[in-house]
Design a protein around this ligand. Sequence first.
Ligand SMILES: *Cc1c(COP(=O)(O)O)cnc(C)c1O
Length: 389
Amino acid sequence: MASLMDDPAAGGRFGEFGGGYVPESLVAACTELESAFRAAWADPSFVDEYKGILADYGGRPTPVTECNRLSEQLGVRVLLKREDLAHTGSHKLNNVIGQALLTRRMGKTRILAETGAGQHGVATATAAALFGLDCVVYMGEVDVERQALNVFRMKLLGAEVRPVAGGSRTLKDAVNEALRDWVATVENTHYCIGSVMGPHPYPWMVREFQRVVGEEARQQCRRLLDGRDPDYVVACVGGGSNAAGTFAGFVDTEARLVGVEPAGGAAIGRGVPGVVHGMKSFVLQDEQGQIREAHSISAGLDYPGVGPEHAHLSAIGRATYAQVDDAEVLEAFRLLSRTEGIIPAFEPSHAVAFVAREAGRSIPAGSTVLVTLSGRGDKDAAQAMEMLG
Ligand SMILES: *Cc1c(COP(=O)(O)O)cnc(C)c1O
């Protein structure tokens, strides 16, 4: 049997989760992508180029920072993996650079994406600019209005932003529109999914492109901790890519892995097994089986589903998933800013909030805790200003 967080079983299965539930017209595209990725990932020249770009363009490796004042306050030793210091301010670059390189390797010239809060759209547009690829980003009309600054960024980077008018005019409608485009243009177009979600091979491929976070962190922790691993490894979970990349570096250690979901969008905590967006995983549904909208202070986490590998890690008990509410998140946002001079994005503020709440309770005093700081908080400063005054 393959070890945990290695290649998935045939058909992209993680236990009972995952798989590829796509229309007939996209089966060939997913198969092509799977073979292209498998070959590329086994090709040292591809991996070298990917790692080289992440280093010289993206600023990797990102550091692990010891949080002295926060640790003293909480009574546990907190280390941060600093994805906020990567180019564009989050871990998202790791994934889009990988997928852009793969697009070129498959001989395709166009990349498409869908985005809710706009962060994945901006990351995709960034990689497209770097590689000279045509880029189209689908975005619900409501989100286009709410995220005017990110829409401007995407256009500045040379992408075309297509507002989607149907349905609730938010992320799930943009996903449908992106899929429709892909069906018609698959010859020259790659669909760049932004998290460990969607049909096989995406959850596996995106986790592999994010694995660099966990592999670096493991080495860095061992240097800081005299060869030991942290007792806890904590990351926020939207779709689950920063958490999956982080966990991949520690899954074969004794560390306890904890994913933190927003209470209003806890697909693992409050969802049920179901098929959505090409995969089987946990989804938020109402009594009629309709997908329920998720709500969170953080637009990057209010997605009603979660990556299938997290569903599996939860089912077998290798990782646990906790929830924090918006008030705790806002408090953690302020706490890290004041104690360490690091303004975190709202998403990783969920992970910090969990540690702040549980230190000395479910996390015993004196434990060592690694938290993945998936992104910086500049994008959330205006919203925080309104809420904190
Ligand atoms: C997009 C985003 C997330 C959520 O995505 P995951 O796939 O769950 O990692 C988390 N943090 C930041 C900073 C993001 O931009």
